[in-house]
Design a protein around this ligand. Structure first.
Ligand code: CP
Length: 297
């Protein structure tokens, strides 16, 4: 029977043959012609980011090691560092990590392969930011002097933190709309009302209420009317202004359901742009050995 249930299923000759074969594989793996391999380590849920990295890898011919925390040795207490070190030892040339701990990457400074941050708690989401920049540039061709209003749960949003910093650096005028409890004093941007924002913005970037990061689930019946993009407010937007949202979105909470797929909406365009941008990011880090995303430090 051709199975390997027990070490005793193999003859001594078989074992020596396997040792020789493995050594040959190690020697041949130094060839530069092997396909590249990476790993996606998602400790928090994701649809878009994970699937678009998977699609980007398919398009680039990059193999992915499979990982799910609930079926991995994380359940036996293995630390993030030891998991990433293991993935590196197994042969991944880069890792994409999403984790609920802000700046989780600070404990990974002994890792040699590139680490691509797919979201660190309320910290940053640099790859989302890059695909958002691509989407904005497709519409406007530049960033300078664009008025970009980021609206919603600013305090808990890694997307807001990455986008506000980089868009401002690129010359856009960034401003926020948020309930006072969700103002982030660490970000030096002005807060305006939603009624002001819709009239003056080139981009209205909506955010989900991040209930998973709140001590108590936020419930507000009139959130859409107070802070969201209603149909009436949508009509006040400038002719070429666009609506963005990193998603997942909550129809009828931060955005009227009918606006999700309206002509101004770039929400699904952002998702398809995510594949191309993540393909570019993977190629960049594989080919250049990795550069730091400087706004995280
Ligand atoms: N925008 C975003 O990060 O979506 P996911 O949480 O589904 O990856």
């Amino acid at each position: 029977m051709n199975h390997l249930f027990s070490i005793n299923d193999l003859s001594v000759e078989d074992i020596h043959q396997l040792i020789d074969d493995a050594n040959e594989i190690i020697e041949s793996s130094e060839s530069p012609h092997l396909p590249h391999t990476g790993a996606l380590l998602f400790y928090e849920p994701s649809t878009r980011t994970k699937m678009s990295f998977e699609m980007a890898c398919i398009n680039s011919g990059v193999n992915l090691l499979s990982f799910a925390p609930e079926t991995s040795s994380v359940t036996k207490g293995e630390s993030l560092y030891d998991t990433v070190k293991t993935v590196e030892a197994i042969g991944a040339e880069f890792v994409v990590i999403r984790h609920n701990q802000e700046r989780y990457y600070d404990e990974l400074n002994q890792i040699s392969i590139p680490i691509i941050n797919a979201g660190d708690g309320s910290g940053e989401h640099p790859t989302q930011s890059l695909l958002d920049l691509l989407t904005i540039k497709q519409d406007f061709g530049h960033f300078e002097n664009l008025v970009i209003t980021i609206c919603g749960d600013i305090l808990h949003s890694r997307v807001a933190r990455s986008n506000a910093q980089i868009l401002s650096k690129l010359g856009a005028k960034v401003q926020f709309v948020a309930k006072s409890e969700w103002h982030d004093q660490s970000l030096p941007f002005e807060y305006v009302t939603m009624d002001e924002a819709v009239k003056e913005s080139d981009v209205i970037m909506l955010l989900r209420v991040q209930n998973e990061r709140h001590k108590q689930t936020y419930q507000c019946e009139d959130y859409l009317d107070q802070y969201g993009l209603t149909v009436e407010r949508g009509k006040l937007m400038k002719p070429k202004s666009i609506i963005m949202h990193p998603a997942p979105f909550n129809r009828g909470v931060e955005i009227d359901s009918s606006l999700v797929e309206c002509e101004r909406s770039r929400i699904f365009k952002q998702m398809s742009n995510g594949v191309a941008m993540r393909q570019a990011i993977i190629n960049f880090y594989i080919n250049q050995g990795g550069l730091t995303y400087d706004i995280t430090h």
